[in-house]
Write a protein that binds this ligand. Structure first.
Ligand code: F6R
Length: 260
């Protein structure tokens, strides 16, 4: 895992946006895996700015979102459908038919999850997956003890996640108990992954994910087994990393292009 420590949230978001830009420059019809929550908001704002001011083109891009709350309709203000349109999709030139978000209201979750996995495969897999991390170390809604080879499925949220996400709802009782989520195994098949974390509340989870053992107790730790993960953190989220100096040393001494 490449650990990139940025001084603040804005720098972190811009650095992650540059990875998306590089991906789209290399492959204009890339398949992007999208995350919701507060962490990627700055990244989405920067991508919207790049679209408006520098013509960053999403017309051939396909997206797959990681997860959705069960029971929330697409128009519910706290649904991830609503979040994605409000914060990103309606501001860029992505084709509506190229947007995939898990359904929180399907009548058959099992067949929906199978279909979702199948669509990812049919479209050639995810080229770049964006991830946040929960304070309990989850990626997507793969809560502690989720199988590290899990696929898209229904998942019961942990109390910690319900408490963390209660800030978006009127009360904790309004937070759905179930979500539909890509599995750890699904995420691990992405070609490249960008993991974002900011704020001191994430520092323990980040340290456990990067420097702890690979364990289903911290599903983000599975990313240690992925060959192409970039972790962008702000200084606060990097606060518990033991090898912080080494990560900065690596970046400082990163070899440039070899002499021709
Ligand atoms: C959201 C998702 C979650 C969040 C995580 C962090 O699509 O997959 O794993 O990334 O819960 O949430 P925030 O960014 O709100 O702290």
């Amino acid at each position: 895992m490449e650990v990139i420590i940025e001084q603040d949230y804005e720098q972190m978001s811009k650095a992650a946006a540059r990875v998306v830009v590089r991906t789209l420059n290399e492959k204009p019809n890339a398949v992007l895996g999208m995350a919701t929550g507060s962490t990627p908001l700055g990244l989405y704002q920067e991508l919207v700015r790049l679209h408006r001011e520098e013509g960053l083109d999403f017309s051939r891009v396909t997206t797959f979102n990681l997860d959705e709350y069960v029971g929330l309709s697409v128009t519910h203000p706290q649904s991830y459908h609503h979040f994605m349109y409000e914060n990103f999709f309606q501001h860029v030139n992505i084709a509506r038919q190229n947007i995939y978000i898990p359904s929180g209201t399907t009548s058959n979750y099992r067949s929906f999850c199978e279909w979702y996995e199948q669509r990812i495969e049919e479209l050639g897999g995810i080229d770049l997956q964006i991830l946040g991390i929960g304070s309990d170390g989850h990626i997507a809604f793969n809560e502690p003890t989720s199988s590290l080879s899990s696929r898209t499925r229904l998942k019961t949220l942990a109390r910690q996640t319900i408490e963390d996400n209660a800030r978006f709802f009127e009360t904790a009782d309004d937070v759905p108990v179930y979500a539909i989520t890509m599995g750890v195994g699904t995420i691990m098949e992405a070609d490249r992954i960008v993991l974002l974390a900011n704020g001191a509340k994430k520092a323990d989870a980040v340290a456990a994910a990067v420097e702890g053992p690979v364990t289903s107790m911290i599903t983000a730790s599975a990313l240690q087994m992925h060959p192409r993960v970039k972790l962008f953190v702000d200084a606060d989220a990097a606060g518990e990393l033991q090898m912080r100096d080494y990560y900065q040393w690596i970046l400082k001494n990163k070899p440039g292009a070899p002499p021709s």
